[in-house]
Design a binder for this molecule. Structure first.
Ligand code: ADP
Length: 622
């Protein structure tokens, strides 16, 4: 399962990577095409505007020399070149024309190319007296043609565009009038734009540029021959022309150029070319591609971030799912472990329960044995008085029998009958003692039944009567008249009372005032839980219980007697508690001990008469 998941996740990652690359390629391509198209369109428009501006600016001056060549004042000046007044007049005229048309300089050359009048005649850089025979515009005009030429001014060093026209008189060229235009005027409105506008000559040397860095730079490398020709034309005077290293096809109408520029992305340009109608000039616009590249980079970053975010979300969800899965597995595992532990514990508990059951039944049987032993121990203690009790009637019977024989021999039948009746009564008494002993020694059946307590107390008393008599103990029994009913096992209860009486008897062995009181009472309202109770108290005037033994009295095998077993009280307490009652001991305020049995009272009204034990002993006397 995990292997499949790992393979699946590897596949998903690959698909995701593929999707990422595809999105990048498609979106970057779309953006590039769209932006490039837009750049091209807008820059083409700009280039067209620039070209038109250039042509209109130049065209503006093109006809000025022709107009001037027809003016009489110009011809007059050429006709009388030494007339200073005439020349001064011409100078002023040229200056005013120059100012009106906004040209840089306007001047008049004689047939030998020497300046005889100029609009700047008053300035330091005045052309007056200068010879321009080397300038092509002069050479064209002297041949009778209109001339146009670009060059750096030899006096001013400023870029100028020269318009020349021949001045004819009687079909002969007598001079040349020249209007020079300042080319920086053309750049003025195009400086500071994002794109660069360039005008270059046939050698690709830039002489008009909205960006200064391109000015007087050759866009393509110049050969030595070209350099020589440029120098000799003095177009750029002595200026050294540097070549810019450009990669890309400059002659294409639209192409991408790369220049050597250290700034990132700023070396890429879209170049648009428009060939000017003026001579062999090339008009170009260089539009930086950097904004598109930046847009592409932004798009790239955005897509990458988006994919990264998606990927991270995917990873987080996957991890969460894994963690959830692991947690579920852990829960299942711990549940299983718990179940296993519970099973183990259950089986251990079952074994323990079984063990306890066994121990309990063993205990129960041991307990029964112990009760029996305790009873037998009591019987042992009682045996002397019992044998005395039996021996007395026996010897009386023997005497009555011997006397009966004598009375029979004397034929005193009344006496015989009297003796036999006494014998009968004595045997009856002996049988009663024996049956009581038998009943005491027998094992109880353990079943609780509703019994009246009075007969049980009588039976116990009856059993101990001989011993009490032998020890000269005075026993008082205080009983209520109405039967006090409880749910108990009568034989066990009788045995407990016998045990208590026997203990009381033993505690008074050395007392002068041997007195036992048995009190049976009813407490209708218990202080704690309002349950009515039957209370049996056995009070003696014996030694009492040593304080230090009080808390150990009911412990099994606790005894202070040499021949004692220490089982009587502990067994009695247990039996009473099985009957939902209590057995407690305390010292009497004066002398002796007081043992109290409480048992839940069964109210008479709830009783069915037949439930009440009504054996013959219940009718016994106190
Ligand atoms: P045993 O009689 O074999 O000693 P019991 O459990 O009947 O065992 O009694 C435990 C102990 O309680 C006795 O050894 C005795 O010290 C004390 N005891 C019991 N009844 C009395 C009593 N009426 N007066 C004084 N001490 C008593």
């Amino acid at each position: 399962m995990q292997l499949i998941m790992a393979k699946l996740s590897k596949h998903i990652t690959l698909v995701y990577l593929f999707m990422y690359c595809l999105t990048l390629v498609v979106s970057i391509n779309l953006l590039w095409q769209h932006s490039f198209q837009q750049l091209q369109t807008s820059n083409q428009q700009q280039l067209d505007r620039f070209s038109r501006h250039l042509e209109s600016q130049l065209g503006h001056f093109a006809f000025i020399p022709q107009l001037l060549s027809k003016q009489g004042i110009i011809i007059d000046a050429l006709m009388s070149p030494h007339n200073t007044a005439q020349l001064d007049l011409t100078n002023r005229h040229l200056r005013s024309i120059n100012n009106i048309v906004g040209a840089s300089d306007t001047y008049l050359l004689d047939a030998k190319a020497t300046t005889i009048a100029a609009s700047n005649w008053l300035k330091e850089t005045s052309f007056i007296g200068d010879n321009y025979a080397f300038r092509p515009y002069y050479q064209d005009a002297i041949r009778g043609e209109q001339g146009q030429y670009f060059a750096l001014g030899s006096t001013s060093g400023r870029r100028g565009y020269y318009f020349s026209y021949p001045i004819k008189y009687a079909a002969e060229v007598i001079g040349v009038v020249v209007v020079k235009m300042d080319l920086s005027l053309i750049e003025k409105d195009w400086i500071g734009k994002e794109q660069h506008f360039l005008v270059s000559d046939m050698n690709d040397i830039v002489f008009i540029s909205s960006e200064e860095k391109w000015l007087f730079k050759a866009l393509s490398p110049l050969s030595d021959k070209q350099r020589q020709a440029i120098l000799s034309s003095r177009r750029y005077l002595e200026k050294s022309i540097e070549s810019v290293s450009i990669k890309g096809d400059l002659q294409q109408n639209a192409s991408i150029l790369t220049t050597a520029n250290k700034k990132p992305f700023s070396n890429y340009y879209l170049s648009l070319l428009s060939v000017s109608i003026i001579q062999d000039w090339s008009v170009r616009v260089f539009a930086p591609i950097a904004p598109i590249i930046i847009d592409i980079l932004i798009l790239f970053t955005f897509i990458s971030l988006l994919y990264l975010l998606l990927y991270l979300s995917f990873i987080v969800i996957k991890q969460k799912r894994n963690r959830f899965h692991e947690q579920a597995l852990l829960e299942i595992k711990s549940k299983r472990e718990l179940e296993y532990t519970v099973m183990q514990r259950t089986s251990a508990l079952q074994a323990e329960v079984e063990e306890r059951h066994k121990a309990e039944s063993a205990l129960r049987s041991t307990q029964k044995e112990l009760i029996q032993s305790a009873k037998l121990a009591v019987l042992g203690q009682l045996s002397a008085s019992i044998s005395h009790e039996l021996n007395n009637p026996l010897s009386a019977i023997r005497t009555y029998a011997e006397n009966a024989v004598l009375f029979l021999e004397r034929n005193q039948l009344d006496n015989v009958s009297n003796n036999l009746t006494r014998i009968g009564l004595l045997t009856e008494r002996m049988a009663k003692i024996s049956s009581q002993l038998k009943s005491f020694a027998r094992k109880p059946n353990g079943e609780l039944q509703v019994i009246a307590l009075q007969p049980v107390i009588f039976a116990a008393h009856e059993l101990l009567k001989p011993q009490l008599k032998a020890n000269k103990v005075n026993l008082t029994i205080e009983l209520p008249e109405t039967p006090v009913n409880v749910r108990a096992e009568p034989i066990q209860l009788e045995q407990i009372i016998v045990n208590l009486l026997s203990n009381a008897l033993q505690s008074m062995q050395h007392s002068d005032d041997k007195q036992i009181i048995i009190i049976l009472a009813v407490q209708l309202e218990d202080k704690q839980d309002n349950k009515p109770l039957a209370i049996i108290k056995v009070l003696d005037k014996g030694t009492g219980i040593d304080k230090k033994y009080l808390s150990h009295l009911f412990e099994p095998f606790f005894t202070t007697k040499e021949t004692g077993l220490g089982l009587g009280l502990s067994i009695s307490q247990q039996i009473i508690s099985n009957m939902k009652g209590t057995l407690s001991a305390q010292n009497r305020p004066t002398t002796g001990a007081e043992f109290t049995i409480t048992l839940p009272l069964v109210m008479n009204s709830l009783l069915n008469e037949s439930n009440i034990m009504n054996n013959d002993r219940s009718k016994g006397q106190s």
